[in-house]
Design a protein. Structure first.
Lengths: 440, 160
């Protein structure tokens, strides 16, 4: 199987090696076309965003206004802060020029003269590696003023790194823009969407690192070629990051739609000591977990995972063997989202804290069956009631893990209600404001 | 305590501002530079950053308190960050957390008396495939075992 993003070519991170392997030819090809032609090819290729939402990339680009007096911007999201994802750093380290080339093509297609790549602050090493690649691209005339000479057209663009400083929420696109503007990373209310009102109020497109790195191959090999790889509705290869209880954790580039069991057993070497799998989170810690006894036939692409009640997310697969303490795992996940909640929306700020507290109560042996229902109720009250998707990210693992592993969780709680008052107040409030009515 | 940016650091900040159409976004880079020079972000530092960028000290404070990588107190010469998030947890992240905690007798965000070591329990660092991990200052140490951690910590300085 051909690898698009992380091919097995030695020293591909060096610009000379990249060029010797046909690098920057896609940019030359693209920049001799019109922006509409490029957007059309990306649309037809079926490329979908690799950052979690799997939105159609070409469609997103087409939202950018054609006529505007304002400058346009491209933001590349390399925050990579979802627990279980560690794929973008592979691109920074092993194939940075392909992402830079993708950024050049994207800038040209959407009419942006400046692109920012937002990288999490902890990635000191990878920031240095990417900066070196960017410097080399400038020196070789692929970025900046020299582009006019290289490509023979009146178009230039610049690429800058903006270093984050340790906030999960900055991976959310509107929060990322606020952080890039030098503010607290609070998510913004949408609409207005970034394409009309993004960075400094100007039209902005935000794509994930992996998405952008896919663009040159589509231009080079044609949209038809790309659309035939993997699942037809979510084509291309995906970088699957496998972690947790597997023999060979790591990033595996495979066609979308690859069987989850193949990824775990064939590529990641199976579970240590041949233990059974209790639970798998298929797309980074915020995605609904799957039961280990229901992995047969599960395919790893956006559409197939939707059918089994989960989502592809960032393709970060976390495997847990039969001896894992799921309550502790869930409490750890709940702690993470509580810690990372920006605090703007009450349901998330308070709800995430309660999820963590209730789970810790269960770990302390003081949980009751009603706590399990309470967890789901709190999660439901967060979901859909917040400005950004961190609400869902916090609610989904709790809601779906408790629901899908009810038998497991029930063994950890007693049937007696330990905190009747709190639960009573809660249930009264629910009767007073039935959820369905509020939502309508 | 007074704080003044060195000329070379002022130049670095100036360079950062050139990336953006306005000066404010350079606040994040300026704070890193300030932290490097001063060791931590004091209110004097915030005032200096605000002045350089033409924004208010409150705006700078807002940024400092939002992000975990800006420290408002002096951390150790070696700032040890241990990830205990899911993927690390499944591969022994908490064992390493306890090991480091016990070795230095400090807890989350604690600093040893000699200011040599400080400890932080961090959220996912993107090393899930090479878990468990710790980071010391800017460097990642991955695929760890308790023995390897002991070795790394012992190599840090005679103070251990």
């Amino acid at each position: 199987m051909e690898k698009i993003l992380l091919p097995d070519i030695k020293d591909l991170h060096l610009i000379d090696v990249y060029i010797a392997n046909g690098g920057y030819n896609a940019a030359k090809k693209a920049l001799s076309q019109t922006s509409d032609e490029i957007i059309d090819q990306v649309k037809k290729s079926g490329l979908r965003g690799r950052g979690g939402a799997a939105f159609l990339t070409g469609l997103k680009w087409s939202f950018m206004p054609k006529t505007t007096d304002k400058p346009k911007y491209l933001c590349i999201n390399g925050d990579e802060s979802e627990p279980g994802s560690f794929k973008d750093r592979q691109i920074f380290e092993f194939n940075p020029h392909q992402m830079i080339e993708g950024a050049i093509i994207t800038c040209f297609a959407i009419g942006a003269k400046t692109a920012y790549i937002y990288i999490r602050g902890e990635y000191h090493k990878w920031i240095k590696l990417l900066q070196k690649a960017i410097d080399d691209a400038y020196a070789n005339g692929y970025l900046g003023e020299k582009m006019k000479e290289t490509f023979g057209i009146e178009f230039t663009c610049d690429l800058f790194i903006h270093k984050g400083a340790g906030a999960y929420i900055c991976g959310e696109e509107s929060s990322l823009m606020n952080s890039l503007e030098g503010k607290r990373g609070y998510p913004r209310v949408k609409p207005p969407f970034p394409a009309s009102n993004g960075l400094w109020g100007c039209p902005t497109t935000i794509n994930n690192v992996e998405t952008i790195a896919n663009v040159p191959s589509i231009i080079k090999n044609g949209w038809e070629w790309f659309s035939k790889i993997g699942h037809p509705k979510h084509p291309g290869t995906l970088l699957f990051g496998v972690s947790g209880h597997v023999n060979n954790p790591g990033v595996y580039e495979l066609p979308s739609g690859t069987l989850l069991t193949d990824i775990i057993y064939k590529y990641a070497g199976g579970v240590p000591n041949n233990k059974n799998i209790l639970c798998v989170i298929p797309g980074g810690s915020s995605m609904p977990p799957l039961r280990g006894d229901k992995l047969e036939g599960v395919k790893m692409d956006a559409e197939s995972l939707k059918e089994v009640g989960s989502a592809i997310g960032t393709g970060g697969i976390i495997v847990m063997d039969e001896d894992t303490d799921l309550v502790k795992v869930l409490a750890r996940i709940a702690h993470f989202y509580h810690h990372e909640s920006c605090g703007q929306c009450t349901p998330c700020r308070e709800g995430t804290g309660w999820l963590e507290k209730i789970l810790k109560r269960i770990i302390a042996g003081k949980g009751s069956t009603s706590d399990l229902d309470l967890l789901i109720t709190v999660a439901n009250q967060i979901e859909g009631n917040t400005i950004c998707a961190l609400g869902e990210a916090a609610a989904w693992p709790v809601k779906f893990m408790v629901d899908r592993f009810r038998d497991y969780f029930e063994k950890r709680v007693s049937k007696e209600v330990s905190l009747p008052v709190a639960n009573k107040v809660h249930s009264m409030r629910e009767t007073a404001f039935p959820l369905a009515d509020v939502k309508n | 305590m007074d704080f003044k940016f060195t000329q070379s650091n002022l130049d670095r900040i100036e360079q950062e501002t050139k990336k953006y159409p306005v000066r404010k976004p350079a606040v994040m880079a300026a704070l890193y530079i300030a932290q490097e020079q001063n060791g931590f972000i004091s209110s004097e530092v915030m005032k200096a950053v605000a002045e350089v960028l033409g924004i208010t000290a409150e705006e700078v404070l807002g940024v400092v308190t939002f992000y975990t990588m800006y420290h408002q107190k002096q951390m150790g010469k070696y700032h040890i960050q241990v990830c205990t998030n899911v993927s690390c947890m499944l591969r022994g992240g908490y064992d390493i957390w306890d090991q480091v905690k016990n070795k230095f007798g400090i807890d989350h965000m604690g600093v040893t008396d000699d200011k040599q070591f400080s400890l932080e329990e961090v959220e996912c660092m993107g090393s899930c495939g090479t878990a468990p991990m710790i980071a010391i200052n800017e460097d990642y140490y991955e695929n760890l075992t308790k023995e390897k951690v002991e070795e790394i910590l012992s190599s840090l300085g005679s103070a251990v």
